[in-house]
Design a protein around this ligand. Structure first.
Ligand code: ATP
Ligand code: MG
Length: 412
């Protein structure tokens, strides 16, 4: 007898989703919510999205709803829009051969829910539910939920040969849910790690990132212990310095917005690399320029001490920029245990008083300097920097006449 009694499980399905199920039902088709949303709802977690699976063919789905978008019609997916929100409705399907271990050569639509559930990766991802039929649990997923286990649907060796991304997903779900990977599935992972060479960096990265952002980010260590590290950071010398267990125990301290969490946890992951190495690693991982800039910036400045004093803080702000400065402060506080409150107080004073710390804050521009007789070229920039240094030390100087006076005096 397990904790989740299949006969007593009722899921609070949102109204819009209920309507979609009913419309399909009334037209004579089968329809269920399926996959991650059923898993999360049973666990008492808030589902991220509500996916629907149906015996209706894509064209039949489209004919039943006034507002649909063809988001993945070749795979049988139609997005139905209800009250401004999109819900993916996918026709029951069987995945064809995975010739390259990457994506199915073709998909075949089927009238059998069982066939559709069989193609799914893990038992806890293979539930269907409808208000009439309750939970459909063909692979003892409820028992695995109860025992907190990630287990493949069917033969793990076959499933990982079809699509090696499932290896990454196993670790990802184990981190998100704090589940263990069941032993037979775990053994098969060991045998199929090599197949990850057929999976694109983009797909690998998505799973790695979800692991790093999960509530148990330390479980990312499994990637290294299971031999997957070099598929995540595809450079032998760099990956050796990542996956530091001691740092991994600090990942969970990093909270904030999704982006703050992402860049700070990535920086922690690259803690033992130089800024240049971090850039190289992130490029290999096909990260966007903004992420590369912020993460390598955190690494570049994390070990630079800033005096708790206005001029020093303004100079650091000038060098790092406001956004990076705040991130570096957080990083030092959370990962290096360096108190940041004193600097934050000074930072607030600078911001509240709108004290200048950038060239653009100066009361004179490059054009002003040229008009004042400074020849076009490098000297303009040098002079602006010289003025900024003086203004950083003494904000009272930041007036047009005063600054032009300073230049006149210097030029003798
Ligand atoms: P999340 O909460 O991250 O959205 P999820 O379980 O919904 O988790 P998705 O990646 O959105 O995961 O996929 C939806 C469902 O599709 C899964 O629950 C699973 O049933 C199936 N699925 C997704 N990817 C695979 C795959 N590579 N192999 C087999 N089944 C998969
Ligand atoms: Mg999902």
């Amino acid at each position: 007898m397990h904790m989740f009694d299949i006969d007593k499980l009722t899921i609070m399905v949102p109204g819009a989703v209920r309507e979609i199920l009913k419309t399909l039902h009334d037209a004579g088709y089968e329809a269920y919510i399926v996959g991650g949303c059923v898993r999360d709802a049973i666990l008492g977690l808030e589902p991220k999205d509500w996916d629907i699976t149906t015996s209706a063919l894509p064209e039949q789905v489209k004919s039943l709803f006034s507002n649909t978008v063809d988001t993945g019609i070749q795979h049988g997916t139609v997005m139905v829009i209800k009250y401004g929100i999109g819900y993916e409705v996918t026709t029951y399907r069987i995945d064809g051969d995975y010739k390259d271990g990457r994506h199915p050569e073709n998909v075949t639509f089927t009238r059998s829910l069982a066939e559709d559930l069989k193609r799914r990766d893990f038992t806890i991802n293979a539930f269907a539910y409808s208000p009439e039929k309750g939970v459909v649990d063909m692979f003892d997923g409820l028992e695995d939920l109860d025992n907190r286990l990630i287990r493949c649907v069917g033969d793990p060796n076959a499933r990982f040969s079809e699509d090696a991304l499932r290896i990454m997903r196993a670790v990802r779900f184990s981190a998100q849910l704090s589940f263990k990977i069941e032993t037979v599935t775990l053994a098969a992972i060991g045998r199929h790690v090599q197949n990850l060479s057929n999976v694109s960096m983009e797909r690998i990265r998505v799973e790695f990132e979800k692991t790093l952002l999960s509530d148990h980010p330390e479980k990312a260590g499994q990637y290294a212990s299971l031999g997957m590290g070099r598929f995540i950071v595809p450079d032998e010398a760099l990956v050796k310095k990542c996956f530091d267990d001691e740092i991994a125990d600090c990942y969970h301290k990093i909270s904030g917005t999704d982006e703050e969490k992402k860049v700070l946890r990535l920086a922690a992951f690259f803690h033992n690399l130089t800024a240049e190495e971090t850039k190289r690693a992130l490029k290999l991982m096909k990260y966007d320029n903004r992420t590369i800039k912020l993460v390598s910036g955190i690494i570049q400045f994390k070990d630079k001490n800033v005096e708790a004093e206005k001029s020093a803080v303004k100079k650091a702000l000038h060098k790092q920029g406001e956004e990076l400065f705040a991130l570096v402060l957080r990083y030092r506080e959370l990962i290096l245990n360096i108190p940041a409150d004193e600097i934050r107080t000074i930072l607030k004073q600078i911001m509240d008083a709108e004290e200048p710390y950038e060239i653009s804050h100066l009361a004179v521009s490059g054009t002003d300097l040229i008009e004042a007789g400074i020849p076009k070229g490098e000297l303009v920039g040098e002079t602006l920097n010289m003025l900024l240094n003086q203004v950083i030390d003494n904000p009272d100087l930041n007036h047009r006449e005063v600054l032009l006076g300073l230049i006149a005096k210097q030029r003798g």
